[in-house]
Design a protein around this ligand. Structure first.
Ligand SMILES: NC(=O)C1=CN([C@@H]2O[C@H](COP(=O)(O)OP(=O)(O)OC[C@H]3O[C@@H](n4cnc5c(N)ncnc54)[C@H](OP(=O)(O)O)[C@@H]3O)[C@@H](O)[C@H]2O)C=CC1
Ligand SMILES: O=C1O[C@H](COP(=O)(O)O)[C@@H](O)[C@H](O)[C@H]1O
Length: 606
């Protein structure tokens, strides 16, 4: 296997100076440098570099954004409201606000740093649940361990279950299965982390209970500027009650209030729009962080870097060179334990409408004006709006059935007690999309997603066109497809980017084979890859929105799927059946063949 060597690029003078994004954070006090700051709350310069200033109002929150010229990031939270007729930030130059060094303890805008020190309170609503235990608390601990949480923070678990603080801490420590648990000083750090975790039992629709939460939060905030993040880790029918109560009774009085909303965001265009309308009764759009955890995955984030920072890819990124694009998701386990939820949604809503479509939009969008959240999301929306709504003939659906292998019997989807015996809900689907714009006209974007398949894998496969008048076609043989260049971005597991090329087999003859130029992350980078929830939680705390879904993106996404979902349900289309642990139904191959495509994951190439 050939290795594509890659060297570490020098950090930009204003970028992070080490591969660890947070551990270098130093408090600002004590430094006496001329410094610059970026004026807007929705940035995270220590991880993404400074952004251009895009003032949405003349009220600007400085939040963790002071960067000393020597690259040290300081921690200041100050609200500045320029007076009428005053140009905000008149020293603004090249997107930076230049200010002269403040006196000890006084920030750039003349505020007392110590007095104004902010605190972040993170409330996990639904703290007793599966996602909270499996993902949210471990991610928060990992952020704490890495030094990414602000100096003053408090975590509250909120749910109906009765629990004491000690019981919550016990639950969190028992279920901590994060990547940190084998690291140095984990126990000690864990103890410190748990001391910052508290619990309050309450109803999701009770303003009084949320007022109790508000009182508790205030005790911990101790008069500091309070920033509050609510993570709605509850079933979707509870979202609106919880948002209403949190917003009316437990919003921050002097800092920001943000709400992370988990999927599903509705089950079709109408219900999604109704949810958005209801949320917007209590929250502004910029307070709503709709999470799609696939956007927090390392290789999904890397997609734009790959495209826009390498000259070799962007010129090929169009119908001229790309024959088809495949987005493949497979899991080697069924819906075990989640059948009740899943049966109301199915694989198209669970995986395709969000995770795979988000990847598609990032893959296919035009170059954004900048890395600002709004610029990126504008481009994603354009792609989604250029896509044709999915047609029934471009979808294949299937459901897994029981299968016995090696003496072990694996259950059928319908064996789950929470699933009706006559359920037609697909646990597998394949679909063909088209983007009607100049770049992608006629290129099939194929998606395939399934549960209870033979492996767990998510990948993006880009199959290039055949080489015209290929000099070596005699050596390649008749099946040109097998010799097509293919770029594979393996999102998980074993993150990798590899390019299949034709190569001469060493020797005196002229024999070609297909080899990989291979960037396997575990071989190239020694640092562990953070969990998607870590990145997204940190972004929400920092007010960075680019990895969260904006409401118009969501509308555009639903309008692609809603007609076909309705048709499948109204016509009661019966899914094909595939055995648990298999490679999926044959219908997926017929669908691909309609567009002269062969699924790339059939070959064993890694
Ligand atoms: N689990 C996962 O892997 C994933 C989950 N999600 C989404 O995250 C959210 C949370 O998921 P998850 O943790 O699995 O959900 P759970 O079913 O575990 O619910 C979370 C908590 O909500 C409360 N709750 C559950 N059902 C009800 C109900 N009918 N009425 C009132 N309260 C209820 C319970 O707390 P109590 O009884 O103590 O109040 C429960 O502990 C959901 O929106 C889900 O779709 C998204 C991706 C993956
Ligand atoms: O959102 C969901 O994602 C998981 C898969 O996430 P991964 O990060 O483990 O790949 C999926 O199992 C679940 O059904 C779905 O709701």
């Amino acid at each position: 296997m050939t290795s594509l060597s890659s060297s570490t690029m020098g950090a930009r003078s204003y970028g992070p100076s080490s591969s660890s994004a947070c551990s270098n954070l130093s408090p600002m006090s004590g430094h006496h440098h001329y410094h610059q700051c970026v004026a807007i709350s929705s940035i995270s310069p220590k991880r993404y570099g400074p952004r251009k200033v895009s003032m949405q109002s003349n009220r600007c929150l400085f939040s963790n954004v002071i960067r000393m010229q020597d690259g040290v990031v300081g921690d200041v939270a100050t609200t500045v409201t320029p007076s009428e007729n005053e140009t905000p930030f008149k020293n603004l130059k090249d997107g930076f606000l230049s200010v002269t060094p403040p006196e000890e303890g006084i920030d750039a805008a003349g505020f007392n740093i110590n007095e104004g020190k902010s605190t972040v309170s993170i409330t996990v609503v639904g703290a007793s649940g599966d996602l909270a235990k499996k993902k949210i608390f471990p991610a928060l601990f990992a952020l704490y361990y890495e030094g990414c949480l602000p100096e003053h923070f408090t975590i509250f678990g909120y749910a109906r279950s009765k629990m004491t603080d000690a019981e919550l801490r016990n639950m969190v420590s028992r279920t901590l299965t994060c990547r940190i648990d084998k690291r140095e000083n984990c126990d000690e750090k864990m103890e410190q982390f748990l001391k910052r975790c508290f619990y309050l039992s309450g109803q999701y629709d009770s303003q009084e209970n949320f007022a109790d939460l508000d009182r508790k939060l205030k005790e911990h905030e101790a008069g500091r500027v309070s920033n509050r993040l609510f993570y709605l880790s509850v079933p979707p029918n509870i979202f609106i009650d919880a948002v209403r109560c949190a917003s009316l009774s437990a919003s921050s009085a002097n800092g920001w209030t943000r709400v992370i909303v988990e999927k599903p965001f509705g089950r079709d265009s109408d219900s999604s729009a109704a949810l958005t309308r209801a949320l917007k009764q209590y929250l502004d759009e910029d307070q709503i962080f709709r999470i799609d955890h696939y956007l927090g995955k390392e290789l999904v984030e890397n997609l734009s870097v790959l495209r826009f920072s390498n000259l070799i890819f962007e010129p090929l990124w169009s119908r001229q060179y790309i024959r088809n694009v495949q987005l493949i998701f497979s899991e080697d386990f069924g819906t075990e334990g989640r059948g009740g939820y899943f049966d109301n949604y199915g694989i198209i809503r669970d995986i395709m409408q969000n995770h795979l479509l988000q990847i598609l939009a990032l893959f296919a969008m035009e170059t954004p004006v900048s890395l600002d959240a709004e610029d990126i999301r504008n481009e994603k929306v354009k792609v989604l709006r250029s896509m044709r709504p999915l047609q029934l003939e471009d979808v294949a659906i299937a459901q897994y059935k029981s299968h016995t292998r090696g003496g072990v019997t694996y259950p059928a989807y319908k064996d789950d007690k929470a699933v009706p015996k006559d359920s037609l809900t697909p646990t597998f689907a394949a679909a063909a999309f088209f983007i009607d714009n100049a770049r992608w006209d006629g290129v099939p974007f194929l998606m395939k997603a399934g549960k209870a398949l033979h492996n767990r894998r998510t990948e993006i496969r880009v199959q290039f066109r055949h080489v015209p008048g290929n000099l070596y076609k005699r050596n390649i043989g008749t099946d040109l497809d097998l010799a097509t260049n293919e770029l594979v971005i393996r999102v998980q597991p074993d993150e990798a980017i590899y390019l299949k090329i034709n190569n001469k087999v060493p020797g005196l003859g002229m024999r070609l084979d297909r080899s990989n130029l291979n960037l396997l992350y575990s071989a190239r980078y020694s640092k562990e890859i953070p969990d998607a929830y870590e990145r997204l939680l940190l972004d929400a705390i920092e007010g960075e929105r680019r990895l969260f879904i904006r409401s118009d993106e969501l509308d555009a996404a639903w309008s692609l799927f809603t007609p076909v979902l309705k048709e499948l349900e109204e016509k009661k289309i019966v899914p094909e059946y595939y055995p648990y642990g298999s490679r999926g139904p044959v219908g997926a191959h017929y669908l691909a063949a309609r567009y002269k495509v062969r699924w790339g994951d059939l070959e064993v190439d890694q």
